[in-house]
Design a protein around this ligand. Structure first.
Ligand code: GDP
Length: 461
């Protein structure tokens, strides 16, 4: 904490920061954000409206012009939104100028603010100040990032829930129960006449049981939540000519589809992000290798196997006109342990297409079966069940690691009880669990951790 106090928190109460908070492309409007003790007076140096912003009420919007104080040149017409601390995003006085969206305009206004006393904000600094000023805890600050980075409905909902404080609340609840136990042990050790420790270890073991279950459940949902938030890694597999590429193209051209198309690490693995209902798939096409000779084919097969190994879901394409061959059976058995959806493809060529148990009748040519595929994926990943009403979904790796750490410490308590260790030792493991949970909220964390969280933020946030 010390370095941070010196580097940023010591200054952060004195400096006024500014940045363009909207994207770096020309747009209808751009927003320039100012935060700090001098935000209003710095803004007034460049803003010319009916009233000085210093004199207006908080949470009001004002029309005016940006004028270069040196040259008196008019730069743009803007709306200035004034939010005085502590009821602002950062907890400090904040002014946001909405100007006409040209990049040049926004940068010009920003440079005027710099020459009028503001300093450039670092990436994530507004949110960092919100955290340092106690406007949000660290898990909420991380949720802000998740909302910005959300690429699907699920990730967005997880982010909003985190920002609302669902994670914080749950973690505080668990922490409280641990604290009660540590407090009791400490009281009993201090004052053995009034507190009885006989039989306590057993009671402690019982009391911790539901706490461990809650942590385990949070971790289970967390693992699953990451898959959903980041995208379900989906591999299309099947024999040559079954229709894998056709399926890939169909899915990437899906009406609700594509975000980006990025060539993978090698030319032959294509990765496409596809929104599929409320979920997104990271669709990997490993096809396209086999045509070019044996050696390449072998590499291709190996690569397909690796991809399947790393996948969350396999879409296995069968050529319906040929039925299930020995090769298919072998390939399918290699997918054992993975969720697999078998598509009986090319049904448009078949008179009486029939599917075996669990298969989906499909045509990559006509799109027949898409609805069934979508429903199957949703059912498989239980997208609807995660309503966020009573479920807390942690998708952040830092938070997950700390949950695991807390659970491990509680398991050590259990072992300690079994080994009849003295209560002091039990209290020490309980304290570790407590500390890990506190770190999720950003309490008593080192400045390195804070820096690491915020350096992933974008400019102006
Ligand atoms: P891959 O080798 O598994 O990637 O298979 P392709 O997607 O390249 O398809 C092989 C051939 O089957 C191509 O000529 C496709 O046009 C054709 N094909 C794929 N899916 C269908 C389908 O559903 N119906 C019909 N009629 N042809 C298909």
């Amino acid at each position: 904490m010390r370095k941070m106090l010196k580097d940023s928190s010591a200054n952060f109460k004195e400096t006024t920061i500014a940045a363009v908070s909207t994207g770096l492309t020309p747009a209808g409007i751009a927003v320039i954000r100012l935060s700090g003790p001098e935000a209003l007076s710095v803004a007034d140096r460049v803003f010319s409206g009916r009233k000085k912003l210093l004199s207006v009420r908080t949470h009001t919007v004002h029309y005016g012009k940006i004028v270069d104080p040196e040259s008196d040149q008019e730069i743009d017409e803007v709306l200035a939104t004034v939010m005085k601390g502590p009821h602002s995003y950062t907890g400090e006085d904040v002014v946001e100028f909405s100007c006409h969206g040209g990049l040049f305009t926004a940068r010009k206004i920003l440079s005027l603010l710099f020459s009028s006393g503001a300093v450039p904000a670092e990436p994530g600094e507004f949110t960092k100040r919100a955290f340092l000023n106690g406007r949000m805890d660290l898990s909420q600050a991380e949720a802000v990032m998740d909302i910005i980075g959300a690429e699907n409905e699920f990730a967005l909902r997880a982010g909003v829930s985190g920002l609302r404080g669902d994670i914080s609340q749950r973690i505080r609840g668990i922490r409280e129960e641990i604290l009660n136990e540590t407090a009791f042990i400490e009281a009993a050790l201090d004052d053995p006449e009034h507190y009885e420790l006989t039989g306590y270890a057993e009671r402690l073991g019982e009391a911790l049981q539901p706490v461990k279950e809650t942590l385990t459940e949070l971790l289970r949902v967390a693992d699953y939540g990451s898959i959903l938030a980041e995208g379900i890694r989906t591999v299309i597999a099947g024999r040559p000519n079954a229709g894998k590429s056709s399926l890939f193209n169909l899915l990437s051209g899906h009406e609700k589809a594509i975000v980006t198309e990025i060539p993978g690490t090698t030319r032959d693995v294509l990765e496409t992000h596809v929104s599929f209902g409320p979920l997104s798939l990271i669709l990997m096409d490993t096809a396209g290798l086999r045509e070019t000779g044996d050696r390449v084919e072998r590499i291709g097969v190996q690569r397909a196997k690796d991809a399947i190994e790393a996948a969350d879901l396999v879409l296995y394409v069968l050529d319906g006109t040929e039925g299930v061959t020995e090769e298919d059976r072998k390939a399918l058995s290699e997918c054992a342990g993975k969720p697999v959806i078998v598509l009986r493809n090319k049904t448009d060529l078949m008179e009486n297409a029939s599917a075996e148990d669990g298969e989906i009748l499909f045509s990559a040519r006509t799109g027949f079966g898409m609805k069934a595929l979508e429903e199957r994926i949703n059912a498989l990943f239980d997208a609807k069940k995660l309503t966020f009403n009573d479920e807390v979904v942690i998708t952040n790796e830092r938070q997950k690691a700390l949950l695991r750490k807390a659970l491990r410490s509680l398991e050590l308590v259990d072992q300690g009880i079994a080994a009849a260790l003295s209560e002091e030792f039990l209290a020490s493991d309980l304290t570790d669990a407590y500390a890990a949970l506190s770190e999720i909220l950003g309490e008593a964390v080192s400045d390195d951790v804070i820096d690491r969280v915020f350096e992933r933020f974008c400019m102006g946030k």
